[in-house]
Structures are given as structure tokens and as C-alpha cells.
Design a protein around this ligand. Structure first.
Ligand SMILES: C[S@@+](CC[C@H](N)C(=O)[O-])C[C@H]1O[C@@H](n2cnc3c(N)ncnc32)[C@H](O)[C@@H]1O
Length: 224
């Protein structure tokens, strides 16, 4: 994950991260579609990238902790976002190390889970979200979910078989499993949230997930 995203950090932001011009609109839309307008306290942003949304979060929250697996992305973020209430830290990509249990009043994770390379990696992060959330904290999470039906299942199985050899043959980081990611099914997501100890406060779906056989899901989560 780290080498993939370090390599991608020099690519244009709009290609590998998201349109910088749309950061505010996407963040406001994430909160408003889930009926929320969170402010104050500590916000942990998981997968902050070059800080496209981090400075905007700093306007809402007392403190923002931007976490990312890629030191190169974080180096860009530190240049882009100089608000005094923001701190950036590298993670190992598997755990939110260094974030205390129950510390986060709000957690934001946007355009990140779709890149995690395995079912286990996504589910582990759901556990971590539950661990770091304060008792009354809430997580705002976007991820694409596999559409129901056999075709989608077959597509996922074929992709799972083809991505690793393609990754070995190519030096392009955008072909790696740490970029192309894994899609949870609806049932896997529901079970994963349950096992992590998270409950859904609100949910919404986007009509326009840019991934095959997937729909964008937006979740407002709290500890069960
Ligand atoms: C598509 S960018 C999105 C950045 C930001 N959330 C935004 O919307 O502007 C994905 C980011 O997630 C980071 N990332 C990927 N896997 C990660 C992991 N396991 N843990 C933390 N960050 C990760 C990448 O380094 C990259 O900066």
C-alpha cells in the first residue's frame, strides 16, 4: 500500500485522488446527505491524501488528525494545509496506530476503502473505526459496495484472479491491488459492521459509482 501510494503521489491530484475544486462540495454533500453537520472536537481523517478535504475539516473541528499510509502524500498535505489545528501522521495501512481508543469525536474516510487490497483489510479498518470512536462519536464513510447478483460475484472473482498476475507484470502502480482494491458485498458489509461493533445511523447511495458492478454507499456510523 505504501509503495503504491508513494508512487502515485506525484500523479495529478484529480487523476488519483479526486478533483481539488470539488473537495468542499463533496465534503458538504457527505455530511448533508447523511443528515449531519458535525463540528467541534477531534476529527480523525483516514486516508487524507494531499489534504484535499483536510483544510476544510479544520474549519469545522477543534483538531484534525490526518492519517495516511503514504509519507509522500503526507508531505504534499503538509505543504497544502498549514492550519495550526491540523496534525498529519503516517499509518501502517492496517491499523490506526497512535490513535487512542475512544479519541475521535468524528471520523471521516472518503475515497479510501475502495483501494484496500482485500476483504480482511477493509474489515480490519471497520474494527479500527469502532475502536477509535468516542462513545458518542460518529464516522462518515464512503465506499463502493458490490451490486447484488451472480454477474457481479463472477466479476469480483475474475478480478481477484487477474489483478495479482497483472500487478507482477506491470510497473504501473495504478494496476496494483493496493490501488484497484476489493469490493465488499452488501452481506459482507453488514456482517463486518456488526462484528466491528458499529451501527448505521444513516445511509445513502450514490447513483454514479465510477466502478463496475458497484454502487457508492455513504454511511453515518456510531458504536453499537
Ligand atoms: C483517492 S485518495 C483520497 C484522499 C482523500 N480522502 C480525498 O478524498 O481527497 C486515497 C488516499 O488513501 C490513502 N490510503 C490508501 N490506503 C490506505 C490505508 N490502508 N490507510 C491509510 N491511507 C490509505 C492513499 O495514500 C491516498 O492518499
Amino acid at each position: 500500500m505504501r509503495s503504491t501510494w508513494d508512487a502515485l503521489a506525484s500523479a495529478p491530484t484529480e487523476v488519483v485522488v479526486g478533483d481539488p475544486e470539488r473537495g468542499r462540495q463533496e465534503l458538504e454533500s457527505l455530511f448533508s446527505r447523511l443528515g449531519a453537520d458535525p463540528r467541534g472536537g477531534l476529527c480523525v481523517e483516514v486516508g487524507c491524501g494531499p489534504g484535499r478535504m483536510t483544510g476544510l475539516l479544520a474549519e469545522r473541528f477543534d483538531r484534525v488528525l490526518g492519517l495516511d499510509v503514504s509519507p509522500a502524500m503526507l508531505a504534499r498535505a503538509r505543504v497544502e494545509v498549514t492550519a495550526p489545528n491540523v496534525e498529519f501522521r503516517a499509518t501502517d495501512g492496517e491499523r490506526l496506530g497512535g490513535v487512542d481508543d475512544g479519541a475521535a469525536d468524528v471520523l471521516v474516510c472518503y475515497l479510501v476503502l475502495q483501494h484496500l487490497p482485500s476483504r480482511a483489510a477493509v474489515l480490519r479498518y471497520l474494527h479500527e473505526f469502532a475502536r477509535v470512536l468516542a462513545p458518542r462519536g460518529e464516522a462518515f464513510v464512503q465506499l463502493p459496495v458490490l451490486e447484488p447478483g451472480l454477474r457481479a460475484q463472477l466479476w469480483r472473482a475474475a478480478r481477484g484472479a487477474l489483478v495479482p498476475p497483472a500487478e507482477m507484470l506491470s510497473r504501473n502502480p495504478a494496476r496494483s491491488s493496493a490501488f484497484r482494491g476489493f469490493r465488499l458485498s452488501e452481506a459482507e458489509l453488514a456482517r463486518g459492521l456488526d462484528e466491528a461493533g458499529l451501527r448505521v445511523v444513516a445511509r445513502d447511495e450514490g447513483p454514479d459509482a465510477p466502478y463496475r458492478y458497484s454502487r457508492d454507499r455513504f454511511l453515518r456510523l456510531a458504536r453499537a
